[in-house]
Design a protein around this ligand. Structure first.
Ligand code: AP5
Length: 246
């Protein structure tokens, strides 16, 4: 492709991004098993639409790192690959959703994870004063990925403890072995990405989180997409879903 065409495409992308930044996208839920790409795709939604990512996994890991009462309770549960009790989740999610940056929409990554959490969220959004968000209804995007592919993705994931960037030794390796491209920090394997925990996390998804998909399907708010493709292809389809629903 010539430089002129490349320049034209890049300008078109920039102008699409700038239009997207002023848009109210409402609540977007990314639903999918561990390793489906919720975190990866959430970060792309954040960059494109300028809305915050609310990752309950990240919020919990922050509590664990700070040694709060919630963190102390959650630490062992997370290390076993089980779910933190619903009642402990509601406070942190409610607190985050009340922040001003959520008024043009937000992307939820890892919540809701039980049918009870989904019912709680519906009630919360109905009560909360999201003047702008109300214009654009909640949408749930389910990421479908083959089981063996999930195992590979989780086993290959590495994270930078300094900047939070995620890599994958199979599909997205860092430039230098096990070191972050951005700040050179040694990359870590997440505590719950250990082989003996992974199968349990995937089983927990099947028993406790799959009903969440049924819950939203019954409300006609679920859009399932094939996420077993290149990241860019998945991102393009997600943007299409978001742009098409409001
Ligand atoms: P959480 O942090 O939410 O983890 P998870 O749901 O298990 O999801 P992951 O972070 O493992 O995967 P992901 O879908 O974000 O994939 P990623 O983008 O990183 O939760 C952790 C724990 O906290 C839970 O087990 C529970 O204990 C607790 N918790 C959290 N929320 C809770 C709640 N609501 N209620 C109760 N407890 C809760 O991608 C994975 C890898 O694949 C990466 O290496 C990436 O580079 C790669 N990759 C991504 N997309 C592609 C692609 N298209 N092609 C190739 N590789 C790809």
């Amino acid at each position: 492709m010539g430089n002129t065409s490349k320049g034209a495409i890049s300008m078109a992308n920039e102008s699409a991004k700038s239009a997207a930044q002023n848009k109210n996208i409402g609540p977007v839920i990314l639903l999918g098993p561990p390793g489906a790409g919720k975190g990866t795709q959430s970060r792309r939604i954040v960059e494109h639409y300028g809305v915050p990512q609310i990752s309950t996994g990240d919020l919990l890991r922050e509590h664990v790192a700070r040694g709060t009462a919630l963190g102390l309770e959650a630490k062992a549960i997370m290390a076993r690959g089980e779910l933190v009790p619903d009642e402990l989740m509601y406070g942190i999610v409610a607190c985050r959703l009340r922040e001003l940056d959520c008024r043009n929409g937000f992307v939820l990554d890892g919540f809701p994870r039980t049918a009870a959490q989904a019912g709680w969220l519906d009630a919360f959004l109905e009560k909360a004063v999201f003047e702008n968000s109300q214009k654009c209804p909640l949408i749930v995007i389910q990421l479908l990925v083959d089981y063996n592919q999930l195992l590979l993705r989780i086993a290959g994931r590495r994270s930078c403890p300094t900047c939070g960037r995620t890599y994958n030794i199979h599909t997205q390796p860092p430039l230098r072995d096990e070191l972050c491209d951005v700040d050179g920090t040694k990359l870590l394997i997440r505590e719950d990405d250990r082989e003996e925990v992974i199968a349990g996390r995937l089983a927990t998804y099947e028993t406790q989180t799959r009903p969440v998909a049924d819950y939203y399907r019954a409300q006609n708010r679920l859009m399932a997409i094939d996420a077993d493709r290149k990241m860019e292809e998945v991102t393009a389809q997600i943007f299409g879903v978001i742009d098409g629903h409001c």
